[in-house]
Design a binder for this molecule. Sequence first.
Ligand code: 1GP
Length: 270
Amino acid sequence: MHVGDGTVLEKVCQPSSDARHITLIDPAKQTPEVAAQRAMVAVECGSSMVFVGGSTDTPDTVVHATCKTIQEAFELRMFAASQDPSSDESMWDVPVVLFPGGAHALSPAADAITFMMLMNSTERAFLVGEQLRGAPHLHRFGVEALPTGYVVCAPGGRVGEVGAAELIQPEDTDLVQAYALCAQMFGFSLLYLEAGSGAASPVHPELIRHAAEVDGLTLLVGGGLRTASDVQQAVAAGANWIVTGTVTEDAASLDELRDRLTALVGACKA
Ligand code: 1GP
């Protein structure tokens, strides 16, 4: 249940002077209750969207329980804010979006899904196969699809291996731009440049810069972004959205998480 009008896609693609932050929660890495606590801290720190997904082998029951628990927590906070004139209830109008490892990781409790083509995969499963299996379920659920070109860049991590990606190297600036043009010509609204969760180094800024030159795409960048300086570089190169997951997962406490996310969200601002 959301206060704001419009689709999630409109919200994601809305022009914004600052880059915005997405908190990725992998349902395999904590209970739904802890996931909801982390998501609430993320929103309090100014994160604008929650992605749920990541691991390739999480059953849909776990994905669903995580989405549902996060949504219920946000609804409670929204209700509490609506009873308090000094609070802004719209801050809890945060989309919970599936970021699936495959057609098994879906939930009707999500507001939308990054409906992705792993464009530089060599395997049909990641180009169109998993999408073909998932589409009828998503249609039945009424979960909004965000058409997304997903391109895995070096070092690539586990998603590069599992997804059989021909990794984009830092010097492949023409190639990444060609992928961005393909994404535009396919009619995708989003392009996600991914270095792999927990990557030792994030997507090279030159790759981001060349992809960002292509009109009509909202650019998401994630993988290996840990510090404010990492985020500033990605934003300066043209990222519209910054995705972080590991910094949330390995924070020792909610207070530590709050400090980390405050710094990363602050670094998204122009
Ligand atoms: C992974 O891009 C995301 O799909 C987030 O990566 O876990 O390294 O933040 P990290």
